[in-house]
Structures are given as C-alpha cells and as structure tokens.
Design a protein around this ligand. Structure first.
Ligand code: PEP
Length: 261
C-alpha cells in the first residue's frame, strides 16, 4: 500500500514544519506496513526531508522538468529533487494537465527522467465529468496509461505508481463509489498487462504475483476522507490513495493511514 498526500500550493515553510510535527503525532511509527509520502511545495521540500529523515515518512515533489539541466527558467530537475532526498514525484496531476498544458507525451518524458534519477513517479490519469458522461472515457484512460508510460521496461515500470483520479472527484467532495473506482483500477491493470504480459493471477500477494501489472501500485484519488478510505482500500485492485484536501488535516491523514494498516 502507498498513502500519499498532495499538499498542492498550500502551506508556508513555517506552516509546513507545524503540520509535519502534528502529523508525526498522528501517524504510528512502529510496525507500519504501508509506504507514506507527503508532497509539500518546492520551498518546503528540503526542510521536510531533513525533518523526516529518521521517520517512516517519505517526501515527494508535485512536479519536475524532464531535462537534467539547462536554460529552463523556473523549472526544477529530477536530479535536484534527488539531491535533497526526495523519493517520489507526482506527475501529470489533472491540475497540471488542465492549467499548464501537460500532455501524455510530456508526462512520459518526465516519467523517464524521474526513473533515471531514482525517483519514483506517481503518474496521474483520470477522466473529466464531460468525458465520463459524453465520451468513451475508458478509451481515454487506456490512452493516458499507454502514452504516459510508453517505453518504460518492466523493471522501470515496477517503480511507478499510477494514480487514478477522476477529475470530477478532485476537491469536489464527490467520491467515485468503491465499485466505480475498482472497475477503472481493474481496467488500468489490464492495460499494464497488455503493455507487459505476464501472470494473470496473484495480485495482492498471491503465489503467482510475478508480472509488472501485479506489482505496480494503482492508487485512487478524489475526495478521499477517513470516512470512505477503508472501503476504497478494500477493493482488490486499489493499492493505496492519493489524498489532496484531507492530507492537510493531520488527524484526517492519520486516520486514512490507519485505514490502510
Ligand atoms: C488530489 O489533488 O490529488 C486530490 C485527490 O484532491 P482531493 O483529495 O482534495 O480530492
């Protein structure tokens, strides 16, 4: 399981320090079997990795550029993130796709660069409300997965987490039902099998859990709260959650982590 918090463009440095202190009080530090990641703003990343270095919490960024270095004013590279001990990076969040023109092709370049720098990408996909209601949204998700992860070999793919985040459920309080989420997670796992065929059975620890599609973590994101986390996490193809709003509330995020234990 992977439980990740996307803090978006919230929290100053001082507020980040206070939130981390509160989180450490809420999140058990012993016998924790899930990976827990927080993704604060760029300005707080170094402080976050310093503060969390002896804890079970890991730190991720919310974006990065795909080039190693160069004349790209305002951008941050994967190597720069790794240099300050970030372990994860969110790529292709719907807010980046919607407001900053990120395409599957851009997400793909970033995913390759992240893996090359030993960062674990959390690659977001998901349909808008219009796509769900009026278009072949399953085909859209299929294309997002194929194009965003194109060219990654099985070992590289095993480092990736895919986050299914229906855009209509992000920050709206409208959560996909566990069954709706499970249906799309299953579809995403099928797409991953298509990309790298292997064993069909054995997900979540079964004896034949050998193929990349079985190993890769598929997270759900969209208005996850303590009240709905457990049921979502119980779905067979849901291997964690990407939490926005509720990750800014230490008690709520702590409850979500506990729901995964
Ligand atoms: C997100 O931003 O990735 C997200 C899922 O937000 P929220 O939990 O607030 O819907």
């Amino acid at each position: 399981m992977l439980i990740a918090g996307n803090w978006k463009m919230y929290k100053t440095l001082t507020e980040t320090v206070a939130l981390i202190d509160d989180l450490l009080l809420e999140i058990p530090q012993d016998n924790v079997t899930v990976d827990i990641v927080i993704c604060p703003s760029f300005t707080a990343l170094k402080t976050a990795t310093d503060k969390l270095s002896n804890t079970i919490l890991r730190v991720g960024a919310q974006n990065m550029h795909w080039k190693k270095e160069g004349a790209f004013t305002g951008e941050i590279s994967a190597g720069m993130l790794r240099d300050i001990y970030c372990r994860y990076v969110i790529l292709g969040h719907s807010e980046r796709r919607q407001h900053f023109g990120e395409t599957n092709e851009i997400v793909n370049k970033k995913a390759h660069a992240a893996i090359q720098a030993s960062l674990r990408p959390i690659v977001c996909v998901g349909e808008t409300l219009d796509e769900r209601e009026h278009k072949d949204f399953k085909k859209i998700i299929h294309t997002q997965v194929i194009e965003s992860l194109a060219g990654l070999g099985p070992e590289q793919l095993a480092e990736v987490a895919v986050a299914y985040e229906p855009v209509w459920a992000i920050g709206t309080g409208k959560v996909a039902s566990p069954a709706q989420a499970q249906e799309i997670h299953h579809l995403i796992r099928e797409v991953l099998r298509e990309m790298h065929p292997g064993s069909k059975k054995g997900h979540k620890g079964g004896a034949r859990a050998s193929s990349v599609a079985e190993k890769i973590r598929i997270l759900y994101g969209g208005s996850v709260k303590p009240a709905n986390a457990k049921e979502i996490l119980q779905q067979p193809d849901i291997d964690g959650v990407l939490v926005g709003g509720a990750s800014l509330d230490p008690r709520a995020f702590g409850e979500i982590v506990k729901a995964a234990l």
